[in-house]
Design a protein around this ligand. Structure first.
Ligand code: ATP
Ligand code: RIB
Length: 301
């Protein structure tokens, strides 16, 4: 089995759940607040490790209580955290997440994530390993790490979330790009929504420039566009508590199954089931499912 190496962000998520979102200038007092581990990179690493992959995390935290806690959470979930650098004088990333009306809105403060540099990485990529990145650390770092990974013969997954300006050449380093419909519209300058026709979503995926593109479409499921063809996978029907981290669960599960030698489509089917489990619980990291839960979900199909 090859190894999953996730390069990316670690955040402490401050989650406010309320019946509705306040409008600008308004105060509402009925929220419930939770402090839970998150950050797209860490969420993806923990999803992969919980699903059985040997996983390492590369990233940065501040020398504060949140940073200490997040490194501990990785370790307790079986992720090798030795590549998570503690940056003196920096604060750990924080995400303020409003969960209301079945959806979320996130305001991030990058902190140490914004200071993560290629020179902080000691790990050398190995042929066949799966290197995974997102867009919550500097794009120059992501590009440098993916370039090294590709040169060494590792496989690469880029989750283009949240969308930030990036050079077109970055996509040439990516074997599998994963993004939601909003990110796909932003990246390709199209008007794609989750309700767009399959043909227009596929056309946007082909415009992106990565070899394989997976468009995740929330409750609609996902579309895989690869050199072998197009496959749409419907989402499972589940009771949604909080969708935060569903995309991360999908990416982590996909990487885990690829590292176990599964085909792209089988790994995507598994990741679809895993992500459907993640929306049934509050928070990002805490909602990453066990292999048993995913197996039960797959058996339901
Ligand atoms: P987030 O930013 O909230 O982490 P995302 O927008 O990146 O998520 P989505 O497209 O919303 O990602 O969801 C990723 C995957 O999670 C979907 O392709 C699907 O497999 C699963 N999923 C998301 N929402 C639902 C839902 N309501 N019901 C079932 N499965 C879902
Ligand atoms: O994808 C969900 C994650 O995005 C949250 O955990 C939050 O930290 C933001 O980075």
């Amino acid at each position: 089995m090859s190894q999953v190496v996730v390069c990316g962000s670690l955040n402490m998520d401050v989650i406010a759940q309320s019946a509705r979102r306040p409008v600008a200038g308004e105060t509402i007092l009925d929220a419930t607040v939770s402090l839970l581990p998150g950050g797209k990179g860490s969420n993806q690493a923990i999803a992969a490790a919980r699903l059985g992959a040997k996983t390492a995390m590369l990233g940065a935290v501040g020398d504060d209580a949140f940073g200490h806690e997040l490194r501990g959470v990785l370790k307790r979930n079986g992720v090798d955290n030795s590549g998570v650098k503690v940056i003196a004088g920096s604060s750990t990333g924080v995400a303020l997440i409003q969960v209301a009306e079945g959806d979320n809105a996130i305001t991030g403060a990058a902190g140490a994530n914004g200071r993560f540099k290629p020179a902080m990485v000691r790990r050398a990529p190995r042929r066949g390993d799966i290197w995974v990145a997102q867009f919550e650390v500097p794009v120059a770092t992501t590009e440098a790490l993916l370039r090294k990974a590709r040169a060494a013969g590792a496989r690469t997954i880029l989750n283009l979330a949240p969308m930030i300006p990036h050079p077109a050449r970055l996509l040439k380093l990516v074997e599998i790009a994963v993004l939601n419909e909003i990110e796909l519209a932003q990246a390709t300058g199209t008007r794609i929504t989750a309700k767009s026709s399959q043909s227009s979503i596929v056309a946007a995926c082909r415009k992106l420039g990565a070899s394989t593109v997976i468009a995740t479409l929330g409750a609609r499921g996902l579309i895989v566009v690869s050199p072998e063809g197009v496959t749409a996978l419907p989402a499972y029907k589940v009771k949604v508590v909080d969708t935060t981290g569903a995309g991360d669960c999908f990416v982590g599960a996909l990487a885990a199954r690829l590292s176990a030698g599964e085909s792209l489509l089988d790994a995507a089917r598994y990741a679809n089931a895993a992500a459907s489990c993640s929306v049934e619980r509050l928070g990002a990291t805490p909602s990453m499912p066990s292999p048993r839960k995913v197996a039960a979900r797959l058996a339901r199909a």
